[in-house]
Write a protein that binds this ligand. Structure first.
Ligand SMILES: [Zn+2]
Length: 200
């Protein structure tokens, strides 16, 4: 019996749905489900509405691919940003983390993935061709590769840097203030800001 089958009870379906969240196992999911039903039905309804609105209303910015409710995200729609810099990140969460540092005024390109040879994910699958086209547009003087400092993030930065440099585009990498093996999303803002300033 699966969560979506009509025979599954509503409580089981809720627990199964909660288990889809990262880091949430059977016990945590049960605790959340019982909490909502016992103490916070309004919260449960609010959550259901927010989830539906987000799942149906949020798409991708057609220019940088981050999450956006309109064709262009607020950053891409802002003519005051510095068009000479293009920062490449792996995920919309990474883009949001960089934005929160308030230390970067250029535009972004969100890969929506990273190179992972073991999973058969190459540069083609993460939008490299589109990135090269975007970086070749007039005005871009530097592409800052801000993929994670994991093995896959490093591999991603490496192949993209080679592709960019072979086209005469300057590519820099975030400096190593960021701990090895870390997801950018979880790095503190000061470290990210420092790494951004010290990029090579
Ligand atoms: Zn955008």
């Amino acid at each position: 019996m699966t969560a979506s089958s009509p025979e599954a009870g509503a409580l089981e379906a809720l627990i199964e749905a909660l288990k889809r969240l990262p880091g949430v196992g059977q016990k945590s999911a049960q605790r959340m489900a019982y909490h909502l039903l016992q103490h916070d039905r309004d919260g449960a309804r609010l959550m259901a509405e927010a989830l539906r609105a987000a799942a149906e209303g949020i798409g991708h910015c057609e220019r940088c691919h981050t999450f956006s409710e309109s064709a262009l995200c607020p950053v891409c729609a802002d003519p005051e940003r510095d068009a000479r810099q293009l920062c490449v990140v792996e995920t919309p969460a990474d883009q949001a983390a960089l934005e929160r540092t308030n230390s970067y005024r250029g535009y972004y390109f969100v890969l929506l993935g990273r190179v992972s040879p073991l999973d058969g994910v190459g540069v083609q699958q993460i939008g490299a061709a589109e990135l090269l086209a975007r970086a070749s547009e007039g005005g871009v003087e530097e592409v800052i590769l801000a993929s994670s400092f994991t093995a896959e993030g490093e591999a991603t930065a490496h192949v993209l840097a080679e592709a960019l440099r072979s086209r005469g585009i300057r590519a820099t990498r975030l400096a190593r203030g960021v701990p090895v093996g870390s997801e950018l999303e979880y790095v503190d803002l000061g470290t990210i800001a420092h790494a951004l300033v010290d990029r090579r």
